[in-house]
Design a protein around this ligand. Structure first.
Ligand SMILES: Nc1ncnc2c1ncn2[C@@H]1O[C@H](COP(=O)(O)OP(=O)(O)OP(=O)(O)O)[C@@H](O)[C@H]1O
Ligand SMILES: [Mg+2]
Length: 336
C-alpha cells in the first residue's frame, strides 16, 4: 500500500505542555490530539489564553526552554517531540512554517525584505544569492506586493501593516512548506485588509496543496476558511469536528457561548454584546473537572469531579461534556 496514503502529514497524540509561569508551573495544554492529511485545513478557536499559540509553538519547536512537553507530534511518522534544536532548524521554515499575528515579530527591522524572503531559500534549498533574489521577487509579486523588483531592497518600516504581512507570508511560503500555521494572521490589521489577507492565504494553500492550521478567536473566520475545527478552553479541546457539522449542531456550552457572543453585522447601535459570564480561569488554578465549569449554565457536581470524557455526538464530531443531552437540545448553531 502507498505509505503516503495512510500516514497523516502531521499527527498529534495526547499533547501536553507544562510551562513555568510567574505563579509556578502550569499545564497550558492537556490531552490535545488531532491528525491532518496533506492539503487538509484545521481551525483552532477559543478565547485568549486557552492554549492555541502554545499548541502551535509546540509543533514549531518554539516553546520556551523551561517548557516540558508530553505526548507525541509526528511529521509523516517522524517524532518531533524532544527533537534537538539543530534538527528542528532543518524543518522550521522548510517543512513547517508559521505566520504570526504581528508581522513585526517575524520581520527583522535591520534587514531588507528581500534579504529576509531570500534567506530561507539560501539556507534550506542552497540557492545562490542571485537565484534566491529572483525567487524572492517572484514570491513578493505572488503575495500582491506592488512593484516588488523595485521595493525588494526596502526595509520593513517602509511598508504598511498589510504589506508587511504579505512579506511574512512570502517568507513562510518560500520553501514550499507542507504545513502552514497561521496564528491570528489578521488581528493586527485594519478590518478592510483582513479579508484580503485571509483570501490570499486560502488561495495559496489551495494552489500549493499545503495543509493549514488557522488560529483565530473569531468563529466567523474559522467558518469561512477551514474544513475542520477544534474549540479550545483551558488548554483542552472541548469540541471538534468538521466545520459544517460543528456549526450546524454546536454541542459544548462553551462553543454555544462563543457563537452567541460573536459580534453581529448590522446589529442596532446600543445592542448589548452577549458575552459569556465570568472570566477565563488562571492556568495555575485550573479546576480538576471541566475548566468551563465555573462559567457554564449547565454545570452539575459531576462536571467538577473529573475532566469529562469526549462524547461522540455525530460522525467525527466530539464534545468534551457530560451534558450534551441538554445542551444539544438547545439547537444553537447556524440554521441548516
Ligand atoms: N512563555 C510563557 N511562559 C509562561 N506562560 C505562558 C507562556 N506562553 C503562554 N503562557 C500561558 O499559557 C496559556 C496559554 O497561552 P496561549 O498563548 O497559548 O493562549 P492563546 O490561546 O494563544 O491566547 P491568545 O488568543 O491571547 O493568543 C496562557 O495562560 C498564557 O499566559
Ligand atoms: Mg495566541
Amino acid at each position: 500500500m502507498d505509505e503516503h496514503a495512510t500516514t497523516p502529514l502531521i499527527a498529534v497524540d495526547n499533547l501536553g505542555v507544562r510551562l513555568n509561569t510567574s505563579r509556578g508551573p502550569a499545564q497550558a495544554v492537556r490531552g490535545v490530539s488531532f491528525a491532518l492529511k496533506r492539503g487538509e485545513t484545521l481551525g483552532l478557536v477559543g478565547e485568549s489564553g486557552c492554549g492555541k499559540s502554545v499548541t502551535a509553538l509546540s509543533l514549531m519547536g518554539l516553546l520556551p526552554d523551561s517548557a516540558s512537553i508530553t505526548g507525541s507530534i509526528k511529521l509523516e511518522g517522524r517524532e518531533l517531540a524532544g527533537l534537538s534544536d539543530a534538527d528542528y532548524c532543518g524543518l522550521r521554515g522548510n517543512r513547517i512554517s508559521m505566520i504570526f499575528q504581528e508581522p513585526m515579530t517575524a520581520l527583522n527591522p535591520m534587514h531588507t525584505i528581500g534579504h529576509q524572503v531570500a534567506e530561507p531559500l539560501q539556507r534550506h534549498k542552497a540557492y545562490s544569492a542571485s537565484q534566491a533574489r529572483r525567487e524572492a521577487i517572484a514570491l513578493l509579486d505572488r503575495v500582491g506586493l506592488p512593484d516588488p523588483s523595485r521595493r525588494i531592497d526596502a526595509y520593513p518600516h517602509q511598508f504598511s501593516g498589510g504589506q508587511r504581512q504579505r512579506v511574512t507570508i512570502a517568507m513562510a511560503l518560500a520553501c514550499e512548506p507542507d504545513l502552514l500555521i497561521a496564528d491570528e494572521p489578521t488581528t493586527a490589521l485594519d478590518v478592510t485588509i483582513q479579508g484580503q489577507i485571509l483570501d490570499l492565504i486560502a488561495e495559496l494553500v489551495e494552489e500549493r496543496g499545503m495543509s493549514m492550521i488557522l488560529i483565530s478567536h473569531d468563529l466567523g473566520v474559522i467558518a469561512e476558511n477551514v474544513q475542520r475545527m477544534m474549540v479550545m478552553y483551558g488548554g483542552t479541546v472541548v469540541e471538534s469536528g468538521s466545520t459544517d457539522e460543528v456549526f450546524r449542531r454546536m454541542g459544548h456550552p462553551y462553543t454555544q457561548g462563543l457563537f452567541r457572543a460573536r459580534p453581529k453585522l448590522g446589529a442596532r447601535k446600543g445592542t448589548r454584546l452577549t458575552t459569556i459570564a465570568g472570566t477565563v480561569p488562571e492556568l495555575v488554578d485550573l479546576p480538576a473537572g471541566c475548566a468551563f465549569g465555573d462559567r457554564c449554565p449547565l454545570v452539575e457536581d459531576r462536571c467538577r469531579a473529573a475532566l469529562p470524557p469526549v462524547v461522540e455526538v455525530g460522525a467525527g464530531h466530539g464534545v468534551r461534556c457530560v451534558r450534551t443531552d441538554v445542551s444539544m437540545a438547545a439547537h444553537v448553531g447556524a440554521p441548516a
